[in-house]
Design a protein around this ligand. Sequence first.
Ligand code: IPE
Ligand code: IPE
Ligand code: MG
Length: 246
Amino acid sequence: MDLKDHISIDALPKHVAIIMDGNGRWAKQKGKLRAFGHEKGTKSVKQSVETCAELGIENLTLYAFSTENWNRPKLEVQTLMKLLVLSLKKEINTLQDNKIKLNAIGCLSLLPKKVHKELLDVIESTKHNTRMTLTLALSYGSREEIASAVKEISIKVKNNIISPENIDESIINEHLYTQNLPDVDLLIRTSGEQRISNFLLWQIAYAELYFTNVLWPDFTKQHLYEAIIEYQKRERRFGKTSEQLI
Ligand code: IPE
Ligand code: IPE
Ligand code: MG
């Protein structure tokens, strides 16, 4: 029996988010440059995107580049940006064929012009697709996201558009980059690190966390199935007791 047959299709997570980590270590283990790991990592991206779409997962969010990643050596940042443009160009058909809508979160204006433009072009050309929303977190940091939401809300308060008594969780949600996305149900991190690294802090409040030692370039369809099977074994109580859930 295939692992896929162990997945119950009526209990799929609505929103899966992945911290794709371990490209550098994967390359180092093979005596290669980090760039080689990033390039191989794009194959895992393609596979995960296709697998989620096939299964019927409605939202997949991938952490591709953090605000902190700008502090990496210039050459590595350039390599990552180049790979991003290449992948967007190369995978546009995969997105269209699978009816996937591309979305991006983060401080996108910091991206090199070429990357920003390519990204906006693909977002525009896939905007009518409805099977799955693929969100790329690029130049993304959760604290920056929250700070900019606070700034926007403050301006609206100052201009009497929002009154302070009305500020609640849904107003905060509406001012985050993820405004149109549901909360994360399942957060996966590869490479063995057990930390969040400034990813979707607000949105993972009740997510199930899944850590695997597999390095991102080695992460396959089967590994994704395993994560979903494990997710489906968890009891999500949202503060209630087990008995209340029956
Ligand atoms: C993830 O792999 C890719 C990005 C963060 C862009 P890393 O490049 O972090 O690989 P490791 O963690 O050094 O192995
Ligand atoms: C998190 O990975 C960011 C991405 C996967 C894009 P890092 O490799 O940058 O995280 P830390 O620095 O080890 O926490
Ligand atoms: Mg890393």
